[in-house]
Design a protein around this ligand. Sequence first.
Ligand SMILES: Cc1cc2nc3c(=O)[nH]c(=O)nc-3n(C[C@H](O)[C@H](O)[C@H](O)COP(=O)(O)OP(=O)(O)OC[C@H]3O[C@@H](n4cnc5c(N)ncnc54)[C@H](O)[C@@H]3O)c2cc1C
Length: 287
Amino acid sequence: MKLPQFELHRPNSVDGASQLLTELGDDASAYSGGTELLLAMKLGLIKSRHLVDLKPLAELRGIELRPGGVWIGAGVTHREIESSPAIRAVLPPLAGMASQIANVRVRAIGTIGGNLCFADPNSDPATLLSALGARLRARVNGESVEFSPEEFIEGPYQTLLRPGDLLLGVWIPALPAGSAAVHLRMKIHERPSVTVAALVGVTRGEVVAARLAVGSVGPKVLQVELGEELRGLSGVGFSTRVRSLMALLAGSIPLLPERPESPEYQRHLVRLLGARALEAGLEGARN
Ligand SMILES: Cc1cc2nc3c(=O)[nH]c(=O)nc-3n(C[C@H](O)[C@H](O)[C@H](O)COP(=O)(O)OP(=O)(O)OC[C@H]3O[C@@H](n4cnc5c(N)ncnc54)[C@H](O)[C@@H]3O)c2cc1C
């Protein structure tokens, strides 16, 4: 596999990058870590003759602890997220999720922005970000706009960005008091086949809020609010209700066609991991 020739552009601002990408249109791609882009170019799946390098742009870098949450620039690598003291302190499940992505070589150059913009369904971040209620900030048509991960990713390898638009970063609210988040995945091949994430909130030992996100099996992340169904439950009552809810959800969730795993197996994994994530969320929120 040979990388086709391309011209590398190094703008010095997000505005400049966006302008270049708009002018060059379909003939250009934004270039962050290149772990997806360069491979897709080698395979002839992307035929960009111009790459606009986002790596040097300070505006897309940095992890900032702000009142109420954490801001992560689109150009931050998985490795930076995994090893950030701020994220480890405030959002440990996010650091844990990042540490499971690929291998250390990919994590050292692959960025959270590149992951979300490539929108490969077999990915981790969008699922956890959805459960955490994260907001993705993008420059769309020159305006700064916010989206949920479920809105941003429209389907496999498809986001709502158009030529010239850029993802700027991700805002993740801090975990509410008395809550815990859990991210689980099942990896059979190189990348996860099923990802689930739960956010469970508890008051005096009983559930007051619960959200589940399921990714990788379907065309996009599915987010479900389960607070009403699980409110006031704990112990065996919680487990029994979770199991019946997960059986319903796993039976009805849309699946991508032509996957190596059978639909039955995928539904089985969704049921199992979904129940485990919610139970672990309850356990974590109580401690
Ligand atoms: C061997 C291997 C294993 C992997 N395993 C996992 C895994 O277990 N879990 C998982 O989640 N992921 C996995 N990945 C995917 C990995 O997370 C991504 O490759 C990486 O995050 C992509 O980031 P990048 O900076 O390299 O993106 P790039 O390759 O630079 O870009 C990807 C796409 O996004 C666009 N883009 C990049 N940044 C922006 C931006 N700011 N605004 C607009 N468009 C942009 C590019 O134009 C391109 O289309 C794996 C990848 C490999 C190669």
